[in-house]
Design a protein around this ligand. Structure first.
Ligand SMILES: *Cc1c(COP(=O)(O)O)cnc(C)c1O
Length: 363
């Protein structure tokens, strides 16, 4: 089976043992030199003044909301096609998600739908760069700021994506990253971070990630918790960060091959293979998705659906609120399908995936 992702390919050429040994030799496992160095290096990579590392990407979203002052009575605008992670964070704070439709081409938040949502005075707008494709973050941020809303970028799928020299995570008020193993920059376990330019905002997240402490054992800020990246993961992430741009280029190259091969097929392809797309997922849209997936399975090609259930359709939260129609969101949930696209995917397997896809339409 050609998999959707391969851990061994993702870590090929990385000396994991050396990174772990550095930590073992230091005898220091939590909040030490590796974490401090990773935060400095990742902030520099993103082009932000500050980086605060955390235990995972969902904590990054939640602590970003708390640092921006979101309270239980507040509304937070976000899309409904991005896997419920933003919604999880909003519910954890006790605030209310207000769902905003996506653009039919990019599948990222649509400016016209955000305009309608801003009338509800959300405190924050979470903008996800889905599948590694940057949203129209500059325009959306301008609109949100004019309406007095802060902007969180969800960059969990877009490490390194860039437009006009600015990386995802450096445009809004705060960027949220996950280093889950399958992400473009992945640890050997959970990890996360926020990036921002405001030292006061970074200081709030730093306090919240460690029990709300101002100094040791002095709890000065409510709603703190333990959400720390550990030294082993930080050491591994530092080594992997050096290769991120080249891995993203490999992902993009595979996506470009797929896009060229599928140009004449009755499918909708990712809109960009430029710098603003880091091909975290290569997602086609087509009718007859289940028959397509079955055909690919028969040809030993794994597929998945990101994501089959829109946030406002999740059974745990039946009273979900939307700012207008979510027609593009719902249509996408019904016809998106992800193909194998990861660094280290052999050229011969890329060709096999292409053959398998073409043969479905030739049949
Ligand atoms: C993976 C992901 C997250 C959550 O990250 P975790 O580290 O798994 O908590 C958030 N947002 C998006 C878009 C993701 O893909």
């Amino acid at each position: 089976m050609i998999p959707l992702f391969s851990s061994s390919a993702a870590n090929a050429g990385v000396d994991l043992a050396a990174a772990v040994k550095r930590v073992l030799d230091s005898n220091w496992y939590v909040l030490g030199n590796e974490v401090t160095s990773f935060e400095r290096e990742f902030a520099q990579f993103v082009g932000s003044a500050e980086c605060v590392s955390l235990a995972n990407g969902t904590d990054a979203l939640e602590l970003a909301l708390r640092a921006l002052g979101v309270m239980p009575q507040d509304t937070v605008a976000c899309v409904a096609n991005a896997g419920f992670y933003g919604s999880t964070a909003i519910h954890a704070v006790g605030a209310t998600p207000l769902y905003v439709d996506v653009d039919s081409v990019s599948l990222n938040m649509a400016a016209s739908s955000l305009q309608a949502a801003l009338a509800h005075k959300p405190k924050v707008v979470i903008i996800t760069h889905l599948y590694g494709q940057m949203a129209d973050i500059e325009a959306l941020t301008r609109m949100a700021h004019e309406a007095g809303a802060a902007v969180i970028e969800d960059c969990a799928q877009s490490h390194g994506a860039m437009r006009d020299g600015r990386r995802a995570g450096s445009v809004g008020d705060i960027g949220c990253f996950s280093f889950y193993p399958t992400k473009n920059l992945g640890a050997l376990g959970d990890g996360g971070a926020v990036t921002c330019n405001d030292p006061a905002l970074a200081a709030k997240v730093r306090t919240l990630r460690q029990y709300g402490w101002s100094t040791k054992y002095c709890v000065a800020t409510p709603q703190g918790r333990n959400s720390r990246l550990d030294e082993m993961q930080a050491a591994i992430l530092r080594d992997k960060l050096k290769q991120l741009d080249s891995w993203n280029a490999q992902r993009r190259e595979i996506a470009a091959k797929y896009n060229a091969a599928f140009a004449a097929l009755p499918v909708t392809r990712p809109p960009s293979t430029g710098e603003d797309y880091v091909a975290h997922l290569y997602v086609l849209r087509l009718e007859a998705r289940e028959a397509f997936r079955e055909h690919l399975r028969s040809r030993n090609v794994a597929t998945d659906v990101h994501y089959p259930i829109a946030d406002h359709r999740q059974p745990a939260y039946p009273a979900a609120r939307a700012a207008g129609s979510l027609a593009h969101t719902e249509s996408a949930c019904g016809n998106v399908v992800s193909l194998p696209c990861f660094p280290g995917l052999p050229e011969a397997q890329v060709a096999e995936v292409i053959d398998a896809v073409r043969s479905f339409f030739a049949g």
